[in-house]
Design a binder for this molecule. Structure first.
Ligand SMILES: Cc1cc2nc3c(=O)[nH]c(=O)nc-3n(C[C@H](O)[C@H](O)[C@H](O)COP(=O)(O)OP(=O)(O)OC[C@H]3O[C@@H](n4cnc5c(N)ncnc54)[C@H](O)[C@@H]3O)c2cc1C
Length: 506
């Protein structure tokens, strides 16, 4: 007798709306070049980029830390598209080369055929363009998704005006929509020096470049350029607080540091500025590759976790390739593979100046002390009993530090920015607390959708009755539908006893 598992997923996938030969994700320099090369080789190519971004997402610091410093122009999609095309002549060239260029189109997930999902053929891709959400099948996908900024916490880091270097660069050059006038840059590596020079050239006053070390981190030619332009390099300083009001940052309070990195008493100074730019490190945008299950490795000199690639740029997932900054952003100096010296130096300096009671995860109000104390944020009011007794030391007694576990226990990284502002900071803190190199902290999982998707768009995706019937069981954890307050009580499993099967909801 043939037995059919009614809850099997086979044959119940969302309909595939289109078939793409080569899909290039990200239309920066690397993506435009990859698209042109694929088209020159005779392939039919789709080049998709999420820009112009939805201003509501920009307000959530997705995908870059815009810090609320966009001017009103970002509300006008047509104007933003025009500026984007003007800023990137390679886009027009791609159109002319017959490439199907899709702006305002986000790839939110890539689902490869695997041992667990043999029913998927090749690479299934989730797309969204603000009006609809659909699935496509692609023969080859090239990820040219760029990088985002490493964000670290300090008092006042949640004020409007705290921005990332790549976000500032995008507002200045891609959109011409930067609303600030006076800028303080944190970090004197290539990233910091370049963004300071670029902002100065764009007419923004650069109030200073802050560096905790004794000298600039970046290359001599950029340091010389900064000096020529008369931009102030504030070595042996660190930020204490972004001071301001409801409108945002109005000044930065800095502390002087001694040769050992300790705060010098009486060495404080105040710098007037409306924007504080974190330009400490760029982090490769690996989320799609990670969520698709591509093999990754930690390489601090490339910006943290990067894909494992062969000489042709292929990841471990068949048909999936990576190019440009997404594959790694070279650091200014060599280091051991599992170290990440410049961010580590910055975190140490910020802890010296601001202590532990400052935000780490801003979305969930988790402080550095909460992460190291492995406790949920204060607003949950759940810190008594065993939770109060918990700390990183106790957790480490059970095994090596695990960021996914710490995320569940502290909520650090669970917020609406999808961990973009705290993911690396949490890992750096765990490494510091555990006394291991940052590369020893396993990467916290990424999951699709890698961008917040409006439910209205997802809800439009037709879900068949056959899909709905098996939905809960596909997760394989029936008890997830038991409310936590019933777990371990006589009510645990009541639904099953009541004949509701494994799929009961409360
Ligand atoms: C201020 C500043 C100055 C710099 N100056 C120099 C310089 O002088 N020389 C130099 O070599 N480098 C410089 N760099 C670095 C350089 O800008 C980057 O290395 C380069 O932009 C990386 O190109 P890319 O194509 O890999 O990524 P990007 O240009 O970042 O493009 C990636 C694109 O992919 C899009 N994207 C990401 N994920 C998705 C998704 N899921 N769906 C759809 N779209 C997505 C992004 O929005 C973005 O548009 C500078 C950087 C900064 C910040």
């Amino acid at each position: 007798m043939r037995v059919v598992d009614e809850k099997a997923i086979d044959g119940k996938f969302p309909a595939v709306g289109e078939t793409i030969d080569v899909l290039v994700v990200g239309a920066g320099d690397a993506g435009c070049q990859a698209a042109r090369e694929a088209a020159a080789g005779g392939a039919s190519v789709v080049l998709a980029d999420e820009n112009p971004l939805d201003p509501a997402l920009m307000g959530l610091d997705v995908p870059l830390a815009f810090g609320g410093r966009m001017d009103g122009a970002v509300q006008n999609r047509e104007r933003m598209t025009e500026r984007l095309v003007l800023a990137r002549p390679a886009l027009a060239e791609a159109y002319e080369a017959g490439i199907d260029v899709r702006l305002g189109t986000t790839i939110w997930g890539i689902f490869p055929e695997s041992a667990e999902s043999r029913a998927l053929a090749g690479l299934t891709v989730g797309l969204e363009d603000g009006r609809r959400c659909w699935m496509a099948r692609a023969r080859r996908v090239v990820l040219a998704t760029g990088a985002r900024d490493l964000m670290l916490g300090f008092a006042g880091c949640d004020r409007p005006g705290v921005i990332g270097a790549r976000a500032l660069d995008a507002l200045l050059h891609r959109y011409q929509a930067f609303a600030g006038r006076r800028l303080l840059v944190l970090g004197s590596g290539s990233e910091g020096l370049r963004v300071a020079i670029a902002a100065h050239r764009a007419g923004v006053t650069v109030a200073g470049i802050v560096e905790p070390g004794a000298q600039a981190e970046g290359p001599a030619e950029l340091v010389a350029e900064v000096a020529e332009l008369g931009l102030a390099l504030l070595t042996r300083y660190v930020l204490v607080e972004a001071a301001g009001n409801a409108e945002g940052v109005t000044s930065a309070r800095l502390a002087a540091l001694d040769d050992e990195g300790r705060v010098l008493a009486g060495g404080e100074r105040e710098v007037g500025c409306d924007t504080i730019c974190l330009a400490i490190a760029a982090v490769p945008a690996i989320e799609l590759a990670a969520a698709a299950g591509a093999a990754l490795r930690f390489e601090g000199t490339l910006g943290g976790h990067v894909p494992v690639l062969d000489e042709a740029g292929r990841t471990s997932v068949g048909g999936l390739e990576m190019v440009g900054a997404a594959a790694g952003v070279p650091a200014d100096h060599p280091a051991a593979p599992d170290a990440w010296p410049y961010p580590e130096r910055w975190l140490a300096a910020l802890i010296a100046s601001g202590g532990l009671e400052v935000p780490c995860c801003r979305c969930e109000s988790v402080t550095r002390a909460d992460v190291l104390g492995v406790r949920p944020p204060a607003y949950l009011e759940a810190r008594s009993g065993p939770i109060a007794a918990r700390d990183l030391g106790r957790l480490l007694a059970d095994g090596p530090p695990n960021q996914d576990q710490v995320k569940r226990l502290t909520r650090s990284g669970m917020g609406e920015c999808q961990g973009r502002r705290c993911r690396e900071q949490t890992a750096l803190l765990l490494a510091r607390g555990a006394g291991v190199a940052p590369g020893r902290i396993p990467l916290a999982s990424y999951r699709a959708p890698v961008r917040p998707l409006p439910l209205a768009l997802l809800a439009d995706d037709a879900e068949t009755e056959a899909m709905r019937a098996g939905w809960d069981a596909w997760f394989g954890i029936p008890t997830q539908w038991t409310p936590w307050w019933d777990i371990g009580t006589e009510r645990d499993g009541l639904g099953r006893d009541a004949g509701l099967g494994d799929t009961w909801h409360l």
